[in-house]
Ligand binder design. Structure first.
Ligand SMILES: [Ca+2]
Ligand SMILES: [Ca+2]
Length: 235
């Protein structure tokens, strides 16, 4: 058992160097790497981006346009707010028909299975501004995800569905207490062992209650041992 603990500790320390926080994806004319549109096999490239917007060069009434973000890390994030600058017809045409249009922001798992979504039909004011604000919750326990925009029934004439999207992570000011959930993503797993060892090595006294696994009021090697035992017994 002791050898196994030691192995897990070494493995956790080795993993620490790779455990870096990843920024949320953004989408605009300069930042679109890894985004996919309409078809998972089609990657956006510079020929699709012109003048700060997506240029699809299609004119199909009723077309559904989809944009899918690259994978991103969302552990510890409660929700994602997004400000979307969008249009469904020519960028200079302000008189398009909003009644046949809606925009969905969805959060999917890395395989593309939908987890949650929000669909908005824009008001006249939002149509005028070409701007929509969304907030979508990150389901508990989800640590890696993709974002997906769907523009329904777009009547597109040589323009795209989304000009830019800015994402901001929203975290709760008072995270729930779950002993062992050191990284605060809502689940207790091997990543928390990495975080706990990292915490002890850093000597940072400002630790969350979740790191005090045995609840004795201090965070030390005893909490590491208890966390390892609970992880092993869960296998
Ligand atoms: Ca965790
Ligand atoms: Ca403790």
């Amino acid at each position: 058992m002791m050898l196994k603990r030691l192995f897990l500790l070494v493995a956790a320390c080795a993993t620490m160097a790779a455990a870096t926080s990843q920024p949320l994806p953004q989408f605009n004319g300069e930042s679109f790497e890894g985004w996919l549109y309409n078809n998972p096999n089609i990657a956006l490239n510079s020929s699709n981006i012109g003048g700060g917007k997506i240029v699809l060069y299609v004119s199909i009434t009723g077309l559904t346009l989809t944009l899918v973000s690259p994978e991103f890390t969302c552990q510890g994030i409660d929700s994602i707010s997004s400000s979307v600058n969008w249009f469904t017809k020519n960028a200079h045409d302000t008189a398009f028909d909003i009644t046949r249009t809606a925009l969905t922001l969805a959060i999917d798992d890395v395989e593309g299975n939908p987890l949650d979504s929000v669909t908005v039909t824009p008001t006249a004011q939002q149509v005028s501004n070409h701007k929509l604000d969304f907030t979508i919750a990150v389901p508990r326990g989800v640590t890696t995800a993709r974002l997906r925009f769907v523009c329904w029934n777009a009547n597109v004439v040589s323009c795209g569905a989304v000009r830019s999207a800015t994402f901001t992570a929203v975290t709760s000011s008072q995270p729930a207490i779950l002993p062992g959930d050191v990284d605060g993503d809502g689940v207790v797993n091997i990543s928390d062992l990495t975080s706990l060892v990292d915490l002890l090595l850093s000597g940072n006294p400002d630790v969350s209650a979740n790191a005090d696994v045995d609840g004795d009021g201090a965070v030390n090697i005893s909490d590491v041992a208890l966390l390892i035992d609970s992880l092993l017994s869960a296998d």
